[in-house]
Write a protein that binds this ligand. Structure first.
Ligand code: NI
Length: 217
């Protein structure tokens, strides 16, 4: 049993105790999603090489976008949803800060938000949302099936979580930021423990040392 699992079980136990239960429930709504053992292990195994894959989704202007368009550029991909109360906005703000720190080098980076809530995150909703973070942002949505496929490729877990007291539902989701290289392949990932400086440094390093195949393209 992982530490996160223990914490989540502890929070559930608190919720079940009942007294002050609504406070515990509030904590539950804000908790980070629980990853399965398989997901926890993915970045420590050779399976890291298999994270990601080509995708075709719809952007905030209603245009079909393909991952192939971004060959030769780096992609910073985050899976989230626009109704997210705090985790997603925090992650996207960190990306914006990293892009600012990169200056002109940010032109080589495509920041992408892929929604895990296609039911509510229409292109129009995504358009207003991503504009808050950076004009560079591409917000992508699709059918339930398209989103399920791309999430599976990136080993992203997501599930609906009912809102309490008639509040709108939330989405539990894996909160990792993926840095994909010039060939569209997984390079590394960042968690909420990483600062914008870490992201900018990894981007600079990758731009200075592109993978071999990119040079041959
Ligand atoms: Ni979120």
């Amino acid at each position: 049993m992982g530490r996160t699992t223990k914490i989540v079980l502890a929070v559930w136990a608190l919720a079940l105790i009942g007294a002050g239960g609504w406070i515990a429930q509030d904590a539950l709504l804000k908790r980070e999603p629980v990853m399965t053992a398989e997901q926890k292990g993915f970045f420590t195994t050779d399976a890291a090489a298999a994270i990601g894959g080509p995708f075709q989704l719809t952007d905030q202007s209603g245009r079909k976008r393909s991952s192939e368009e971004f060959r030769g550029k780096l992609m910073l991909i985050y899976f989230g949803f626009t109704y997210c109360p705090d985790v997603c906005p925090t992650a996207l703000t960190v990306v914006t800060t990293a892009l600012d720190q990169l200056g002109e080098q940010a032109d080589a980076v495509v920041p992408i938000l892929i929604t895990v809530d296609p039911e509510r995150d229409t292109p129009a909703v995504l358009k207003d949302y991503v504009a808050q973070f950076s004009p560079r942002y591409i917000g992508l949505t699709g059918s339930e099936r398209e989103i399920a496929q791309v999430a599976k490729a990136f080993r992203v877990y997501y599930a609906k979580s009912p809102g309490s007291g008639g509040a709108p539902y939330l989405m539990d989701h894996t909160s990792l930021l993926y840095l994909m290289d010039q060939n569209g392949r997984f390079h590394t990932h960042f968690t909420h423990n990483n600062r914008a400086e870490d992201i900018a440094a990894a981007v600079r390093k990758l731009l200075a040392n592109p993978p071999k195949q990119a040079a041959n393209n």
